[in-house]
Design a protein around this ligand. Structure first.
Ligand code: AMP
Ligand code: MN
Ligand code: MN
Ligand code: MN
Length: 278
């Protein structure tokens, strides 16, 4: 059976390894088919493709787009995109703008609760100045010894109702799905189990995503529990979505699941790669 990992990050967004290092780790871990899916950025794809080619990995160009839907932030992964597509590139550029301003506001809020210098502190972890993310702040808060891991940081800071949460308007669902499909790609709902939606909210979200041309959901992901693998397999069958598998790896010792280390997709779902030439 092929080891397929279609979701992970490099220093081009909030990962800890450069794209070629992520490729090497995928190879070491036995991955056969690998996608790099940096947040709102395709700038790592050229390096990733080349490294994957040298290692004999099947490479899938990808992206993970930040979206605001129904007041929630959700993530939409695009795979098999033409990363040079102008509408996609311009859309991602627009989605990234505002991150620096937001980061200053995050730093101001953290300063107000006794964590000074967080903007500069976060920047030390940033590989791409266009993409300052909450992850970089979280690493700085761990560095200061205020929390011992990222999960604890996000329980006490940077999330709704906690210091360092700055609401932000990302791309619309319609735009994100349109940019992906317009660039020849397939749109996938990332880690649905992470969203704070009611059952009715999820139904509306899935229906709208499908209506807009979305095709798949992540079923097996580092962000889901084992129970959620089965639950989202059921959802994939119910809504006739293809199923994806991706670790959401960000860095060694930081991510819950390493690249390529997830269990296979549950039975009776159709993998998103079923019609790819591999
Ligand atoms: P941003 O795009 O700046 O809002 O940052 C979002 C990123 O924060 C996600 O892509 C994750 O990498 C990270 N993140 C969010 N929640 C958590 C969490 N509970 N534990 C670890 N990382 C998280
Ligand atoms: Mn991330
Ligand atoms: Mn995500
Ligand atoms: Mn991700």
């Amino acid at each position: 059976m092929l080891n397929v990992d279609l979701h992970c990050h490099s220093t081009v967004s909030d990962g800890m390894l450069v794209p070629a290092e992520v490729a090497a780790r995928a190879k070491t871990n036995g991955v056969d088919v690998w996608a790099l899916t940096d947040h709102d950025e395709v700038g790592g794809i050229a390096e990733a493709r080349e490294a994957a080619g040298d290692l004999g990995l099947v490479f899938v160009p990808g992206v993970e787009i930040s979206v605001t839907w129904g007041g929630e932030t959700v993530h939409i992964v695009g795979l098999q995109i033409d990363e040079t597509n102008e509408t996609l590139v311009n859309g991602l550029f627009a989605t990234r703008t505002g991150r620096e301003r937001r980061a200053q506001d995050i730093a101001d809020q953290l300063a107000a609760v006794g964590i000074p210098g967080a903007f500069e502190g976060a920047l030390k972890y940033v590989g791409n100045p266009d993409l300052i993310s909450r992850t970089h702040f979280a690493r700085y808060i761990v560095e200061l010894g205020i929390e011992s891991n990222l999960n604890d940081v996000f329980r006490h800071y940077l999330t709704e109702g906690k210091p360092g949460f700055v609401p932000h308007r990302w791309a619309s669902l319609k735009d994100a799905v349109g940019w992906i499909t317009g660039a020849g790609g397939v749109a996938i709902i990332a880690h649905p189990g992470r969203y704070d939606l009611t059952e009715l909210g999820f139904d509306a979200f899935f229906a709208e995503f499908k209506y807009l041309g979305g095709a798949a959901i992540e079923v097996t992901t580092g962000s889901h529990t084992v129970d959620q693998y089965d639950y989202y397999a059921k959802i994939a069958r119910r809504y006739d979505f293809l199923a994806s598998r991706g670790s959401d790896f960000h860095g060694p010792g930081e991510s819950r699941v390493d690249i390529g280390a997830l269990p296979p997709l549950p039975d009776r779902v159709v993998p998103v790669w079923h019609n790819w030439r591999l």
